[in-house]
Design a binder for this molecule. Structure first.
Ligand SMILES: [Zn+2]
Length: 278
């Protein structure tokens, strides 16, 4: 990665009237959370389930049909505690927070661990497109309600729906059902309002660790940027970037390690700010 590109990104972000962060798996991994891996960290948290049930990743555990409800809840409750409740913001998350501290901001993410909320980002400015396991919902989908997972996380018994008595499970999916449930429906409405409010301003979209063929968050944000007069778009990724059709000065690809890029970016912006002071 070229250092000059970090400077360009810092200038684009400093000039922005609003910032939209699009974050996916690559950001989670840089933040210390890898839902695909059977690494040391996974075995530290889920080692007993690995030995007894053959569990090899968080994603597998979420998707799997477990032999019984109690075992699934054992996995789910531990995931909620590990991935959400006990999360401490990493240097990468703190750098991101610092980059956007002075600007109206909105986070759009496929990550389902609500770590942005945990790191102090306002719940009014987050859209979780695949839901979050910080919320539970009824497995029969008898209502649109979801429930705070922290209220149940320490219980050994499987939590039950107060309306129909069916088991509750995490409010997570990638098939679109979750979008009908609260708070996710309201989150999407707030993003629409944010985009409408800032459409004529210099909005900078900062895309972090999102698959370059992603259709859930990348494609709609690129299409939105292309329709505006002033929005800019930055892709930070290990892969070769797919950029929207914008004038050259309004788009930028930073290829490299996400953690390094964000920490560099925060440092450059901090140094620029220090220079500006009389
Ligand atoms: Zn129910």
């Amino acid at each position: 990665m070229v250092q000059g590109e970090v400077g360009c990104a810092a200038d684009m972000l400093s000039a922005a009237d609003a910032v939209i962060v699009a974050a996916s798996n690559g950001f989670d991994i840089a933040d210390g959370y890898n839902q695909f891996s059977c690494d040391k960290e996974f075995l530290r948290v889920f080692g007993d389930l690995h030995r007894t049930c053959g569990l090899t990743s968080i994603l597998q555990g979420l998707m799997a049909r477990w032999p019984d409800r109690e075992l699934r809840w054992k996995f789910i409750s531990r995931l909620i505690a590990y991935g959400y409740r006990d999360y401490e913001p990493s240097p990468v998350m703190r750098a991101l927070d610092q980059i956007m501290a002075a600007t109206p901001r909105f986070v759009v993410t496929c990550n389902c661990n609500s770590r942005f909320e945990r790191a102090g980002f306002s719940t009014d400015t987050i859209l979780e497109t695949e839901g979050s396991y910080a919320r539970l919902c009824c497995t029969t989908r008898c209502s649109e309600a979801t429930y705070d997972a922290l209220a149940f996380v320490d219980a050994d018994e499987v939590p039950l729906c107060p309306h129909c008595g069916a088991p509750l499970d995490v409010a997570v999916d990638d098939a679109g059902h979750i979008a009908r449930l609260e708070p996710f429906r309201s989150q999407a409405a707030r993003l629409r309002a944010f985009l409408a409010q800032h459409v004529e301003e210099r909005v900078c979209i900062l895309e972090l660790g999102v698959g370059q063929a992603n259709r859930a968050i990348k494609a709609p944000l690129m299409a939105w940027a292309e329709k505006t007069q002033q929005a800019s778009y930055i892709v930070v990724n290990r892969e070769k970037a797919v950029l929207p059709a914008l004038p050259l000065e309004r788009k930028l690809a930073l290829r490299g390690d996400l953690a390094e890029v964000l920490i560099d970016l925060a440092n450059v912006m901090l140094a620029n700010k220090a220079e500006e002071r009389p």
